[in-house]
Write a protein that binds this ligand. Structure first.
Ligand code: FMN
Length: 191
């Protein structure tokens, strides 16, 4: 069986970040799916400097970015777990995405938005979709907003709401569909 590599970018580096619990849940979920390999790409651990120029135009690549590029190149699709900050996405996430471009081309993106309110980060979803489209990625139509994140997880990471679990299952099935569909076609055509 073909394996699809679907890394998970954690877009929050905030102290005591709640989104880390969501990202762990997503990594566990994807890791349990047949035909999927995954890995957490934590922007906090990467500690990328502010983007002075895109990787392809630099001879002095800052530490971490080459590895990030390699992971994005290898990826069949990409999940971003992002909190909503002031109705947008965190600057640290945009900073990381801006370093690269061709790596994302024609790859499905699952954008999982997180907030402590009941709105689940829906406002940052549309603006991040615009960014992904500009980068040549394909944001999937399905949504997985995480509302009231501070109540959704127990301290050990267990999800308290069975409805969320079911929604997540349907969401990742949808992501898998797009992952497989686009991967098959990418293999048949030149980039
Ligand atoms: C700078 C900042 C701005 C925020 N703006 C929003 C917002 O626009 N909408 C919202 O629903 N929650 C907002 N929140 C609350 C976040 O949803 C909440 O802090 C959540 O835990 C963020 O994820 P994190 O813990 O991974 O940082 C904001 C939080 C911060 C720190």
């Amino acid at each position: 069986m073909e394996m699809f590599y679907i890394p998970v970018i954690l877009g929050s580096i905030r102290r005591d970040r709640e989104s880390a619990k969501v990202a762990s849940f997503v990594v566990d979920y994807l890791g349990g799916m047949n035909g999927v390999a995954t890995q957490l790409l934590d922007l906090k651990a990467m500690s990328l400097p502010m983007m002075e120029e895109r990787l392809r135009f630099r001879k002095d690549a800052p530490p971490g970015i080459v590895q990030f590029s390699t992971q994005m190149k290898r990826a069949n699709s990409i999940v971003i777990v992002t909190p909503e900050y002031n109705s947008g996405y965190p600057g640290v996430l945009k900073n990381a995405l801006d370093y690269l471009k061709d790596e994302y081309k024609r790859k499905p993106f699952g954008i999982v938005t997180v907030s402590s309110s009941t709105l689940g980060g829906m406002l940052c979803l549309s603006s991040l979709r615009e960014v992904v489209l500009h980068l040549g990625g394909v944001p999937i139509p399905a949504i997985l907003p995480v509302s009231r994140v501070q109540e959704l997880f127990l301290p050990d990471g267990t999800v308290t709401d069975p409805v969320f679990r079911r929604r997540a299952g349907a969401y990742f099935e949808e992501l898998f569909w797009f992952t497989e569909a686009l991967a098959v076609h990418r293999q048949k055509t030149t980039p």
